[in-house]
Ligand binder design. Structure first.
Ligand code: PLP
Length: 453
């Protein structure tokens, strides 16, 4: 089984063995030696302390805009403008992954089904566009800071659209961030430009063009697409650039997932405390999304939440950044070539890395074949359709429980005895808009792999 071969290669516990496996593009689990077990940890990014109040402010912004979003997007009418996803128990996938009895329970946070953007980018990307729109609307007196939320629905009307139409919102993306920013910006009346890297999928570009978004194609990787976009934007005072490598607004938008998830766990009767640890596994690209989620959850659950990022073996930019600040995956002899287009990022966000120094439990890496295998298993066991990037989290529980590094983590934190009561939450991060023929090819590749294990 693929999951068994991952055990052998990552069982090596010494640091030099980890480096060796990392460079050889084998699956590894790295544990963050700096993680704090304190109840309250001060998080500082760019010299500024961030806290629960920032998470709540991002959530409040989504609430203020909900009436407008319900008006702009028919698919949000039923939720009153809330952009949220289900939390589901996944006993079938738990069996398919071969999680041993006594390991706790597997749950899935279904961000692959997030409306409007079809991926986790609906959280951060949309938040940043809304924050920019709100700052313009306040500046021009179209809404008031302590006014009625009904005001915000008026941002769909002609005066606001004329104002927004003077500005361009631009972003560099491997695809999904562009989809979320482009769709939201154009719905509000902004001009939108998305700088796409060479690995961006054709259907994502087509979907954006159909919405009137300008797609600028670049021959280089994600980092060079971001660079080009940043340079263009700097020359134009009416251009607002969403900078995925340094944006706090994006990160805080993702963090607003935490209060909603907490309510979902409470409604499902799932506790998170010293007796009931929560392990969260989030696919990681540049790091903003998983860092926002890890930061948000830490504000509510303290040290009882253990967040692991999961990256492709050829694109482990966050792990590389934690080991060697400023380094890229190319510095480690890796290619940044992966079918997980949402995670094909050579260099991590330094802002996200700074935020995670004391909060992150660890990073594990996953082979592309394992992504397709887990995508197939998820379809068979739970009937859920996700894109390859979104399958990364499913190798997390195995890496934690079946490797020496993972077992050492559980022992160090005194968690061995409470594992039967643990919750493992895998965050599925994209897939809603994948065209059926494309999904069929992903599933076929996974089924072929399943036949050989
Ligand atoms: C962007 C993305 C991620 C990771 O988000 P980052 O902020 O880049 O780390 C994970 N999964 C999917 C499907 C994505 O599109």
């Amino acid at each position: 089984m693929i999951s068994d071969s991952t055990v052998t290669s990552s069982a090596a516990s010494s640091f030099s063995a980890l480096l060796h496996d990392l460079r050889a593009a084998g699956p590894v689990l790295w544990i963050n030696p700096q993680r704090s077990g304190e109840a309250a940890v001060q998080t500082v990014v760019d010299g500024r302390g961030i806290s629960l109040a920032d998470v709540e402010a991002a959530q409040a912004r989504f609430v203020r805009f909900a009436p407008l979003l319900a008006k702009l997007f028919p698919e949000l009418a039923a939720s009153g403008g809330a952009i949220e996803s289900p939390l589901v128990a996944a006993p079938g996938m738990q069996r398919a992954l071969g999680m041993p009895p006594g390991a706790g329970s597997l749950w899935i946070k279904c961000d692959h089904s997030l409306p409007v953007a079809g991926s986790i980018k609906a959280r951060g990307g949309i938040h940043e566009v809304l924050e920019f729109a709100e700052s313009l609307a306040l500046e021009h007196g179209l809404v008031t800071p302590d006014g009625d939320y009904g005001d915000y629905a008026a941002l769909a009307d002609a005066p606001a659209r004329a104002l927004f139409g003077r500005y361009q919102v631009a972003v560099g993306s491997t695809g999904n961030l562009g989809l979320s920013i482009g769709v939201m910006a154009s719905a509000l009346g902004f001009r939108a430009a998305v700088h796409m890297s060479a690995d961006a999928k054709a259907w994502k570009k087509a979907r954006l063009r159909a919405r009137g978004v300008e797609v600028v194609e670049h021959a280089g990787d994600y980092a060079s697409a971001v660079d080009a976009g940043r340079r263009d934007a700097a020359a134009d005072p009416y251009c607002y650039f969403v900078d995925d490598e340094r944006s706090l607004s994006l990160m805080l938008g993702y963090s607003a997932a935490a209060p909603h998830l907490k309510a979902q766990f409470a409604a499902a009767g799932v506790s998170v405390d010293a007796e009931h640890p929560l392990f969260v596994y989030v696919p990681c690209g540049v790091g903003g999304a998983p860092a926002g989620i890890a930061f948000g959850l830490r504000q509510y659950y303290g040290p009882h939440v253990h967040t692991f990022f999961v990256e492709p073996t050829q694109s482990p930019c966050f792990l590389v950044e934690m080991l060697s600040p400023g380094a890229s995956v190319y510095d480690f002899g890796l290619t940044n070539r992966t079918e997980a287009d949402g995670l094909a990022v050579p260099q991590a966000s330094e802002l996200a890395a700074e935020a995670m120094r004391l909060l992150l439990s660890g990073v594990c890496t996953v082979l592309d074949d394992t992504l397709f295998l887990d995508l197939h298993r998820l379809r068979e066991s739970e009937g859920l359709q996700i894109e390859p990037s979104a399958a990364a989290g499913f190798s997390g529980p195995g890496m934690l429980m079946r490797t020496d590094a993972g077992r050492a983590y559980l022992k160090q934190h005194g968690l061995e005895g409470v594992m039967p009561r643990a919750t493992h939450l895998v965050w599925t991060t994209g897939g809603l808009f994948v065209p059926p023929d494309e999904y069929a090819r992903f599933a076929e590749r996974g089924a072929a792999l399943a036949a050989t294990v």
